[in-house]
Write a protein that binds this ligand. Structure first.
Ligand code: NDP
Ligand code: OXD
Length: 310
């Protein structure tokens, strides 16, 4: 049977994904009709990315699942017209990219690299940075990406604490969980990395009170989602020195408006939502495998729980 698969994303994504999806679906032994404009009542699966044309899922009466190309699903999970299973993206390229971004920016702050890049004024100032074992890192969010980053940072020698919604045991790191575990997790956050999803429970998780729980002069890195941070509280903590520097990849409004105070702040680094990009080749394989599983009556992988919102 030929499966009708709708690709619902921004037009430029179609150019990027068409060939990888076609070959990954064929490799799974699936006979498909893949397109961007199929009659809704004929569609069997929807491959989805934010900012595309699809808002109303009601006409897709036959569709069996929506497969997100993004790990973060906050733009779709609360859509009241979505009544079928939704999967999120878990993909090697995404995980490896995030690990590299997190390790790179952590080492920048840990080693004080900026002072050598920007401080070449003829002064010989041989102050050595501490060893990794003396710089504590806390990762808020201990899922696919948080755990991968924790493993990489631990290998370098950083003592890592992770915080999640449900209790966990992860070898080599200190695990804290739930609202009652947040204060202890932040108390050792010389560097704090946000890898939480954007849900009602995580909005403004870094605010005036919780930033105050962190050691003075801590570094904040947010590759998670913009709403995790109360921006006013962060700017004020940067001004008082409670936070030494914030490296931010994600924002409430993207692209970050040109007049946003983050751009001009000397202790903020903005990266344009590039911490981890879904790579078409590997992501297409994840999507194809899930469609094959669904057709074989096996459970979908990486299912989103609409109640939890991630
Ligand atoms: P996962 O779903 O695998 O992990 C989410 C983690 O957050 C889990 O450990 C979960 O806890 C924890 N969590 C969720 N809600 C709470 C809460 N209320 N309190 C405490 N912990 C909570 O997601 P990923 O690791 O794959 O991705 C994380 C986020 O990274 C994505 O949602 C997305 O927003 C962002 N992202 C950003 C990218 C970028 O380029 N900047 C690229 C890809 C993703 P538990 O384990 O108990 O469920
Ligand atoms: C994602 C992202 O969620 O790129 O995949 O932010």
């Amino acid at each position: 049977m030929t499966l009708n698969i709708l690709f619902a994303a921004r037009p430029e994504r179609w150019q990027q994904y068409r060939a990888p999806l076609e070959s990954a679906l064929a490799a799974e032994g699936l006979d498909v009709n893949l397109g961007t404009d199929l009659p809704p009542e004929t569609v069997d699966y929807i491959v989805y990315a934010p900012n595309g044309p699809l808002r109303d899922f009601t006409p897709y009466t036959r569709a069996r699942a929506v497969l997100s190309l993004w790990a973060g699903v906050e733009t779709i999970v609360g859509n009241p017209t979505l009544k079928i299973p939704l999967t999120r993206m878990v993909d090697h390229g995404l995980t490896q990219g995030m690990t590299e971004w997190v390790v790179g920016h952590s080492l920048r702050h840990h080693l004080g690299i900026d002072s050598h890049i920007h401080g070449q004024n003829g002064t010989w100032n041989p102050i050595s940075p501490p060893l990794a074992e003396d710089r504590r890192i806390t990762i808020l969010g201990l899922g696919t990406l948080g755990q991968a980053c924790a493993a990489a940072l631990t290998r370098i020698g950083f003592p890592v604490t992770g915080w999640s919604r449900t209790p966990k045991i992860v070898e080599g790191i200190t695990c804290r969980a739930g609202p009652e575990g947040l204060r202890a997790a932040l108390a050792t956050a010389d560097i704090c990395i946000l890898l939480l999803p954007d849900t009602p429970a995580t909005e403004n998780i870094l605010n005036t009170e919780t930033i105050g729980w962190m050691p003075r002069g801590a570094f904040v890195m947010n590759p998670g989602r913009g709403p995790l941070i109360d921006d006013t509280a962060l700017l004020s903590a940067l001004d008082t020195g409670q936070i030494a520097h914030a490296t931010l990849d994600v924002f409430r409004i993207e692209p970050l408006p040109a007049d946003h105070p983050y751009w001009a702040h000397p202790n903020v680094t903005v990266t344009p939502h590039i911490a981890a990009e879904t790579r078409a080749d590997t992501a297409a394989q994840v999507v194809a495998e899930n469609i094959r599983r669904s057709e074989a009556g096996q459970p979908l992988r990486y299912l989103v729980d609409p109640e939890r919102g991630y």
